[in-house]
Design a protein around this ligand. Structure first.
Ligand SMILES: Cc1cc2nc3c(=O)[nH]c(=O)nc-3n(C[C@H](O)[C@H](O)[C@H](O)COP(=O)(O)OP(=O)(O)OC[C@H]3O[C@@H](n4cnc5c(N)ncnc54)[C@H](O)[C@@H]3O)c2cc1C
Ligand SMILES: *[C@@H]1O[C@H](CO)[C@@H](O)[C@H](O)[C@H]1NC(C)=O
Length: 507
């Protein structure tokens, strides 16, 4: 007989583990646990009807397009997503080549092949390259405050703007040419907002900016679709592990919940009323979801310090807008089209009036490899303007972009795109944005705190709630490899409880 509250598992049966969320972090955790004999009872509760989360590939325009993750960042041996994709034959010759793996990009986005000005006509690529090299050298400098006692200003945006402000005085050009240079720099700021998944670089903390680690390798896509990676993980799990359409409502922890002669410390309550008792729960829901549901998702609530981190950490929006064309208006071989708004400058604050100006935040387009007869561009847009775009209809988005393209190409007859497909990550109820960033007021230590399991005092009670997901990885946050490593980390933490051979993961 067990007394209530003893929370012991039935002999010989092993602990019950629930993973909340079937993105790459949750799938990684489940895969590792299922591979260990001490964990025969693992379930992944996924809110939606599919696995993969923010890795999502769809067939469209006669090819495959990425709704979520686009590139493997730093595809080289140290990147577990690269390793997995390579092992399952998802990468081509070029992506696998040693040469590709050794390229050091410093995490910088490549320069455009064509640059259009808002008044119509082209911007000199030489000038774009000059501004690109200025911008990225300053961005590299902003990573150097990691071990400095105090950063000179709170945000990356303010730092970059101060540095640019100082340089402008020394520019020899006439006023008009200076304005164009600033307008080009403004585009690089907008690109960086997409990279960081934020509305403004003024929201991104300067001191911890250098925590993010760039792996070697020239960023590559997964030719058959990024989702091939998560599909492989799902296929490696035993049949009944995945439970779909099971949104979790509340995680009751620090309790003692009896079922079938056993007593469990955790009870996971689902939106449909279903309840699952467990010894351990690995929470991998996106930070955006966690922010929205903070008051009701945990019972008892998260410790104050941890709840504060959830509130303060950054989680913004980056969306894609795909456009399909009958005929390309860009030149053969063009890979990336930049849009420069001549009346913008990073040194001037604009009052947000998203209704008519949202398109100004669009950074430009990446040219997809041609799908047969379809010619497809992929535009990126971040921040509040991106969230506003989500509220528009497809027709409105198509109309705005047709106008924009006619304006910048100076061709009022430019045929409208045949179709449009855009992502709406801020509206997605189980995501509420795109990915995390280290916001002003937070540090790398806060990321580690978010990753700390509960209860905090494991002397008194066993681990009950563990935290994984992109936002819990101190150096690879916002990426698929960060998410996967975080899932493995939490699985290892549980395995270490049973198996003294396994080293306890470091935060
Ligand atoms: C537009 C976009 C572009 C990106 N581009 C790149 C890129 O190029 N390279 C890169 O490395 N990364 C990129 N990322 C980031 C990358 O996709 C994520 O970091 C990664 O996929 C996150 O994995 P995860 O498992 O932590 O979270 P997710 O994949 O979001 O998984 C969480 C899962 O939890 C589920 N869930 C949520 N709430 C509940 C609930 N209450 N109950 C049950 N289940 C729930 C969700 O449905 C989801 O399936 C991009 C992301 C976006 C949105
Ligand atoms: C957990 O339960 C114990 C015993 O009931 C209680 O003393 C403690 O305050 C609880 N912890 C939390 C975080 O609610």
């Amino acid at each position: 007989m067990k007394s209530s509250g003893s929370n012991t598992e039935a002999p010989g049966r092993g602990p019950r583990v629930l993973v909340v969320g079937g993105g790459i972090a949750g799938l990684g955790a489940a895969q590792r646990l299922c591979g260990h004999p001490a964990f025969p009872h693992v379930r992944v509760l996924e809110a939606t009807a599919r696995a993969g989360g923010r890795i999502r590939s769809e067939r469209s325009f006669g090819g495959v397009v990425e709704i979520g993750a686009h590139w493997i960042h730093g595809p080289s041996q140290g990147n577990p997503v690269f390793q997995l994709a390579a092992k399952h034959g998802l990468l081509g010759h070029q992506e696998l080549s040693e040469e590709n793996q050794q390229i050091e990009t410093g995490g910088h986005v490549g320069l455009p092949s064509e640059s259009y000005a808002s008044s119509g006509g082209r911007v000199s690529l030489e000038l774009v390259a000059e501004m690109g090299s200025l911008f990225y050298s300053l961005l590299d400098q902003s990573r150097e405050f990691l071990h400095v006692a105090e950063a000179p200003v709170p945000s990356v945006g303010e730092y970059l703007k101060n540095e640019i402000h100082q340089r402008v005085a020394g520019w020899p050009e006439a006023e008009e040419a200076k304005k164009l240079k600033l307008a080009i720099l403004n585009n690089f700021f907008n690109v960086e907002c997409c990279v960081s998944g934020t509305h403004s670089m003024d929201l991104v903390a300067l001191g911890p900016f250098g925590e993010y680690t760039v792996l070697p390798g020239l960023d590559c896509t997964v030719p058959g679709g990024y989702q091939g990676v998560t599909n492989c993980l799902v296929a490696s799990l035993p049949q009944d592990v995945m439970v779909f359409n099971k949104p979790v409502k509340t995680i009751h922890w620090n309790g003692s919940f009896p079922e079938a002669g056993e007593t469990f410390p955790v009870l996971v309550e689902c939106e449909d009323g279903g309840c699952f008792p467990a010894h351990h729960v690995v929470v991998t829901v996106p930070l955006g979801f966690l922010k929205e549901r903070l008051d009701t998702f945990f019972e008892p609530p998260l410790p104050l310090e941890k709840a504060e981190v959830v509130r303060k950490m950054g989680f913004g929006t980056n969306n894609k807008i795909y456009l399909e064309f009958e005929e390309p208006f860009w030149e053969p071989g063009c890979q990336h089209i930049q849009l420069v708004w001549e009346d913008t400058s990073p040194l001037e604050d604009v009052a947000p009036a998203p209704q008519d100006t949202w398109v100004k935040k669009l950074v430009g387009f990446w040219v997809l490899p041609a799908f047969g007869s379809a010619h497809v561009l992929c535009g990126f847009i971040a921040g509040l303007e991106s969230e506003f775009m989500e509220t528009l209809s497809d027709e409105e988005v198509l109309l705005s972009l047709t106008r924009l393209l006619r304006r910048v190409t100076g061709d009022p007859q430019l045929p409208a795109p045949k179709s449009v497909l855009r992502t709406r990550w801020h509206s997605a109820p189980y995501t509420r944005g795109s990915y995390s960033y280290v916001a002003v007021g937070t540090t790398g230590d806060d990321i580690d705190l978010l990753a700390e399991p509960l209860p905090a005092d494991t002397e008194k009670a066993q681990l009950q709630v563990l935290f994984a997901g992109e936002a819990t990885h101190r150096t690879f946050y916002s990426t698929t490899h960060g998410a996967l490593l975080s899932g493995w980390r939490e699985a290892d933490r549980l395995i270490a409880l049973r198996d003294p051979q396994v080293q306890l993961p470091r935060p």
